[in-house]
Write a protein that binds this ligand. Structure first.
Ligand code: NAP
Length: 267
């Protein structure tokens, strides 16, 4: 049996096992996806132990995405982002990748959003925001990053090509001419709140919220009320798993089956 899994702490509520196991079922693979909660001090031992046991691949989540970079060989994107959410054991040394960035880009592309030449506004400069900033920039967008702690947005913008950093008070100006808005803050998670004033949203915007609990966040409802295109947080979650599956197996993922399994849990 091929074993895959997730390293994090806590991991009890993760949707990843369901998404990946749907793919194994769809392809009739003799494989399973388990969750592991090592102590932070044991992270290196956990990764080395997984390699020694022949585990094929691991996803990595909070609080290990940054620390894991010390124990794997980073690909170029994960190196720039400075975080790993996928480890591949197919080689002499475990390699580290960032499929959060790939997932965000593929979620937008799935909805026919053209990023090359687009003016994008990214709200949030935390871990997910960092990955998405590089993804948008790599795809050819101009990335205006707005964050509650303005210095964090400014610092991130110095690392990302074609990016500027701002405080949240600049959102009104930034959104006037924007085509894409991504919320990468935790605002809206388990609460009816939005990081973006509703009156700044307009019909020429595509709005992606990466918060997926709830799925229809206040931001997405405000955006729909103003006839903007909306993309919920399930799509990034889906496509980061799709990208991990494809890296580990070398096969095109059964996206519909994985999406059905995810939607059965979150809708
Ligand atoms: P993080 O590193 O802790 O960053 C949190 C971000 O939210 C920071 O930019 C922070 O601003 C901002 N923020 C928090 N409270 C705020 C408030 N009251 N007002 C304005 N801004 C606020 O977290 P993360 O790992 O990036 O995750 C962010 C969210 O994305 C979480 O809800 C997570 O579940 C979700 N997520 C979804 C996916 C997916 O696949 N859909 C993947 C990863 C993460 P400051 O810098 O000012 O503190």
């Amino acid at each position: 049996m091929q074993v895959y899994g997730l390293l994090g702490n806590p991991v009890g509520h993760s949707l990843s096992p369901r998404i990946h196991q749907a793919a194994y079922r769809e392809f009739g693979m003799d494989a399973c996806y388990a969750t592991f909660e090592p102590e932070p001090a044991d992270l290196e031992a956990a990764i080395e132990g997984a390699r020694a046991l022949g585990i094929r691949g691991l996803n990595v989540t909070i609080p290990f995405k940054r620390d894991a970079i010390s124990f794997v060989e980073l690909d170029e994107l994960a190196d720039r982002i400075g975080a790993v959410n996928t480890i591949d054991f197919d080689g002499d040394r475990p390699t580290g990748h960032n499929t959060d960035a790939i997932g965000a880009r593929r979620a937008l592309e799935h909805h026919d959003v053209t990023l090359d030449g687009a003016r994008a506004v990214l709200v949030g400069a935390g871990g997910a925001g960092r990955a998405i900033a590089f993804a948008l920039s790599d795809a050819g967008a101009t990335v205006n990053i707005a964050n509650r702690t303005e210095s964090r947005a400014r610092n991130l913008a110095t690392e990302v090509p074609n990016a500027t950093g701002h405080g949240l008070s600049d959102l009104t100006d930034l959104l006037t001419n924007a085509e894409v808005l991504v919320n990468a803050t935790s605002v809206g998670m388990d609460e009816d709140d939005s990081p973006v004033p509703a009156e700044t949203l307009h019909r020429d915007l595509t709005v992606m919220d990466i918060v997926y609990h709830p799925l229809r966040t206040r931001l997405l409802r405000d955006a729909a009320d103003r006839d903007a295109t909306t993309i919920d947080g399930g799509w990034m979650l889906l496509y980061q798993a799709v990208a991990a599956f494809e890296r580990w197996t070398g096969q095109e993922a059964p996206v519909d089956a994985m999406n059905d399994a995810l939607r059965a849990e979150i809708e």
